[in-house]
Design a protein around this ligand. Sequence first.
Ligand code: BGC
Length: 256
Amino acid sequence: MLLEGRRALVTGASRGIGRAIALRLGEEGARVAVNYYSDRERPDAEAVAAGIDPSGTRAYAVQADVGVEADVVRMVAECGDRLGGLDILVNNAGTQKQAPTLEMPLDLWEEILRTNLTGTFLCLREAGRLMAAQKRGVIVNISSVHEFIPWPGFAHYCASKAGIKLLTQTVAREWAPLGIRVLAIAPGAIATFANSPSLEDAEVRRRVEADIPLGRRGRPEEIAAAVAWAASDQAAYLTGTTVVVDGGMSTYAKFS
Ligand code: BGC
């Protein structure tokens, strides 16, 4: 097992990629706090925690809106108490909604930036304070191929993910002397609820898959495997960088 005895917090872990990451960290021996956003996600988050450990000793579900400072402060303090510290933070919570920039209302821009970028910052800062006291920790930020690939209709989302890229690199430098690694994993097109409208449309699906050299969408478990490795001591020399897990999408398959 890669993560025996490690204490981990995964945000946005009630479904999709976050769920797969929480389950995989649990399989690798970690104790896991499974974050969820609101009462609507609570049953799913509790099922993830029970999937890791039905007795509730090694996993529990914890509500917090990552974009709300007081929620994050409470959640991370609770992790410190219930898990006895924190070794791994996976900043996975994120949201997306298509909008042409000419018509983008300010509150939609702010909604996306608040969850994706400010949420990543708040969790990172709070977890970093615990980790600095321990002189050890790993922070894995889930960004996207859209930290570097422009995506029309998603300027807010791309800006948030590009922000995560330099947040990751800058904090990696600040915190390397404290024994804390900070890195990003950038998924490509992964088959999850966030992609479900396109999954149902065969034409969109065909177009997306034509952009991927491996010819298919990724599975959440394939992102989780990268996170488990990156969070483990096997990746002890990895910090301040992004690991892209995208089936080759970022080689621009259509360009010839
Ligand atoms: C988005 C997906 C999209 C993928 C590749 C991800 O960041 O969440 O909806 O399919 O990037 O474009």
